[in-house]
Ligand binder design. Structure first.
Ligand SMILES: Cc1ncc(COP(=O)(O)O)c(C=O)c1O
Length: 345
């Protein structure tokens, strides 16, 4: 089986740049971005700031580095930042908040991954000489480990109000803000508006090979620039990657709802099979719970892989499948057929 025969549903990060995107990369005008000379990076940063309704934005090699820069920007060592209990910033960034910022992350348990003001409020530390201070609220939209869960605009506005009540900044991990916007019927700027800073990724639903960005005020992005340098994120002729991100914004943003429709098709099919339960996906991520005792998620992953369908186990009884740019209707039907064959065994 070649790579082209595989229906790779492990993540929306597995997309490979299309021939047209590669052409945009090859033709990109570049300069030394550390010296502020790369015209394509400047174009991307301006375009993105406009798209997100922020004063400025800064290109980063990864979402992790951009999120960690946001934590550095907003907090001080020995303080606490609030996030949802399964947030990416808490579980998948190698304790970066503790390592770089000296900040403790305080997880807020939720039933469905949606961090509401009501749930977060009791976790904001009161002014008290015996308690550390809360310095930041972090939201994630869509929420990866909650199955691409959408955080509605009203909920984000509620968090903004809570942040304002306590004089706190709000950072939004919007690695999949594009998916959130498509699902909510809002623009990316509307969803970004309640947050002081927002991180977005080009290398997930949009199909670029590398790249994320942080957006906020010009003043905050000036400080973020210095933190990025300290974290080793200064890049030189990086217009080749900014060109891929610009291409992605221009060509791959408007089609993202197709991924949501495909995720729903697979979710409904698998949910109808014996031994599986699927929470209806809001966006492109499907969490599949295995209710059979005779097979483990690893066994299922192996069975499906033999049929050219790749998924990831994400828990002792859970699998994750993600729809994206490189999986078409035929790929989804192959995945449906492989699950059906498994259910018949
Ligand atoms: C919600 C969320 N935030 C941040 C990141 C980090 O992005 P990167 O892999 O580019 O560091 C990811 C990656 O999957 C993510 O899903």
């Amino acid at each position: 089986m070649t790579a082209n025969d595989i229906v790779d549903l492990r993540s929306d990060t597995v997309t490979r740049p299309s021939p047209d995107m590669r052409r945009a990369i090859a033709e990109a005008e570049v300069g030394d971005d550390v010296l502020g000379d790369d015209p394509t990076v400047k174009r991307l940063q301006e375009r993105l700031a406009e798209l997100l309704g922020k004063e400025a934005s800064l290109f980063f090699p990864s979402g992790t580095q951009a999120n960690q820069t946001a934590v550095l920007l907003h907090t001080r060592p020995g303080s606490e930042a609030i996030c949802e209990a399964n947030a990416h910033v808490l579980h998948y960034e190698f304790a970066g908040a503790a390592a770089w910022s000296g900040v403790q992350l305080r997880p807020v348990p939720t039933a469905d991954g949606v961090l509401t003001a009501e749930l977060a409020r009791p976790f904001v530390r009161p002014e008290n000489p015996h308690l550390m201070s809360t310095t930041l609220i972090c939201a994630e939209n869509t929420h990866n480990m909650a199955g691409g869960k959408l955080m509605p605009l009203e909920t984000l506005k509620g968090l903004r109000d809570l942040a304002d009540e306590h004089g706190l900044p709000l950072h939004l991990d919007g690695a999949r803000l594009w998916n959130a916007a498509a699902a909510a019927g809002e623009t990316p700027a509307e969803l970004a508006a309640p947050a002081d800073t927002v991180m977005v990724s080009f290398s997930k639903g949009l199909g670029a090979p590398i790249g994320s960005a942080l957006a906020g005020t010009t003043e905050a992005m000036g400080r973020a620039h210095r933190w990025r340098k300290r974290l080793g994120g200064g890049m030189r002729q990086v217009g080749i990657l900014a060109a891929a991100a610009l291409f992605a914004l221009e060509h791959n943003l408007d089609r993202i709802a197709d991924d949501h429709a495909r995720a729903r098709r697979l979710a409904e099919h698998v949910d109808g099979l014996d031994g599986f339960r699927v929470v209806p996906p809001d966006t492109n991520i499907i969490m599949i719970d295995v209710e059979r005792d005779d097979v483990s998620p690893d066994d299922i992953v192996g069975f499906l892989a033999e049929r050219g369908v790749w998924l990831l186990p994400t828990g002792p009884r859970r699998l994750r499948a993600v729809a994206h740019l490189d999986v078409d209707d035929a790929g989804i039907e192959r995945a449906c057929a492989a699950f059906a064959e498994l259910a018949d065994r």
